[in-house]
Design a protein around this ligand. Structure first.
Ligand SMILES: *Cc1c(COP(=O)(O)O)cnc(C)c1O
Length: 247
């Protein structure tokens, strides 16, 4: 069995190879370690290896893990190690229900899954009360027949226009998912289409200057995503394996 360190190195190497292949610099590609099948101990190990971006899609596991990691970071600091409190970043990558915003916002650096105007309105309301500006990605449903969540590509411009009126939401870019097939080439047309739409939306007058994140690619297809311009990849099982953790 491979250790977390070996898996982490191997994922980073794969990222570097994919970037090299298309002449991109790895410094512009951020790895988010998706913790849904990870134990606290495995997350701690990644932190000790210097990793700081983590993503969760289930609120229950998210709140537990974030609290446990907070504690760990506090203990490290007491032992005289560098204070990581402000460098650990949590990303929310699951489908976000409106009634969960109140719990997700305080923990989250970036929400990858804004998928409707109604959700945006709720996020705005919660963020305003908290005096917080929350950064979001617009989750776009490129392969429409295969999945349910996400905004239709043709509606992304309209949602951006609405977001421009919401003072506590800062659109940072787009996120998409490809159907998980055996062959990562199946994801290429979807990632390519998403990148085209992303480039188009960057030029939209409502997207703002901070609209520069393209989050796509998971364990089975992140290399293709990088070739298609992703600057965030969300990787779970390649780092932590497939073992199920009971939430
Ligand atoms: C689980 C998950 C991932 C990571 O998937 P792996 O195939 O385990 O790498 C990425 N993005 C989202 C939205 C997920 O739910």
């Amino acid at each position: 069995m491979q250790t977390i360190k070996e898996r982490y190195e191997s994922v980073n190497e794969r990222i570097a190879n994919a970037a090299n292949k298309v002449g991109r610099s790895t410094s512009n590609i951020h790895l988010i370690a998706v913790t849904k099948h990870a134990t606290v101990d495995e997350v701690r190990q990644l932190i000790d290896l210097g990793h700081s971006d983590f993503g969760e899609n289930r609120l229950q596991h998210f709140t537990q893990l974030a609290a446990q990691i907070d504690e760990y970071v506090g203990r490290r600091k007491e032992l005289g190690e560098p204070d990581l409190a402000n460098s650990i970043r949590w990303h929310f990558i699951g489908h976000l229900q409106r009634n969960k915003c109140r719990r997700v916002l305080p923990l989250t650096r970036l929400i990858h899954t804004l998928d409707s105007l109604r959700l945006a309105e709720e996020i705005q309301e919660v963020a305003e009360k908290r005096n917080q500006v929350i950064e979001v990605l617009l989750q776009t449903n490129i392969s429409r027949e295969r999945q349910k969540t996400g905004i239709a590509p043709a509606a992304v411009g309209y949602l951006l226009e609405q977001l421009a009126t919401m003072s506590c939401i800062k659109p940072r870019g787009m996120m998409c998912m490809a159907p998980t097939g055996e062959d990562q080439e199946e994801s290429r047309p979807i990632f390519t289409r998403c990148q085209e739409l992303f480039e188009e939306m960057k030029l939209d007058k409502h997207s703002g200057d901070a609209f520069n994140i393209l989050s796509m690619g998971m364990s089975n297809d992140f290399e293709v995503a990088i070739e298609c311009g992703a600057n965030i990849v969300r990787v779970g099982s390649a780092l932590f394996g497939e073992n199920l953790v009971v939430a």
